[in-house]
Structure formats: C-alpha cells, structure tokens
Design a protein. Structure first.
Length: 118
C-alpha cells in the first residue's frame, strides 16, 4: 500500500510565501538559514531548487499578468469602440440630415422657378 509522508512544517506552502496581492510574505530562500547545518551540498541544492521554483512561478505570473492585461484591454477597447461608434452615428446622421435638407430646399427652389406666374 502507499505510505504518505507526514507534512514537514519546515517547508513553507505558497500561501505562507505570497499574499493575495502577489507580495512576498516570507524572506527569500537565499536569506534563510541553510536546510542542513551549512553543508555545502545541501546549500547548493537549496539554492538550485529555489531558483528553479522562482523561474516556474515567474512563468506562471507572466502568463497570469498577460491574461489579465488582455482582459482589461479588451474591456477598455470595447467601451472606446462603443463610444466612437455612437459619436460617428450622431455625426453621420447630422450630416445626412443637412444634405437632405439642402437637397430638398434646392429641389423646391427649382420647382418654384419652373412654375409659371399666376
């Protein structure tokens, strides 16, 4: 059967290392005391593990930041496009109304000039 290893209280979990805002709560591994009484091999192993974990987390953070930035930009662009579209519609409608009014006035003037005097 499988044996589960007991939880090691000396190994921090991510919630102990980072807040919800992404701020580091614990000191970096390089600043903590080595895992095993200054043994250079353990110190080197701890350093390599720390660097690898930071690189993995950075990749995840980069992906998350890019996703949130994309979502924010999409929302801002949708709102901007909606505002610009509404403004263009109003301006176009005003232009069309002006063109139609001038065309009708010109046509009425032409018809009045063609009519014989009473």
């Amino acid at each position: 059967m499988s044996q589960t290893r007991p939880f090691d209280p000396h190994i921090p979990v991510l919630t102990e290392l980072f807040s919800d805002k992404g701020e580091a709560l614990a000191e970096p591994a390089a600043e903590r005391a080595p895992a095993v009484d200054g043994d250079p091999e353990w110190v080197a192993l701890e350093r390599r593990l720390s660097e690898r974990i930071v690189q993995q987390l950075q990749g995840s953070v980069d992906i998350l930041l890019e996703q949130r930035l994309r979502e924010s930009l999409e929302q801002v662009l949708r709102q901007a496009i909606g505002s610009i579209t509404a403004e263009l519609r109003r301006d176009l409608q005003a232009s069309i109304d002006g063109i139609v009014a001038r065309a009708v006035a010109q046509e009425l003037s032409t018809l009045q000039q063609r009519q014989p005097p009473p």
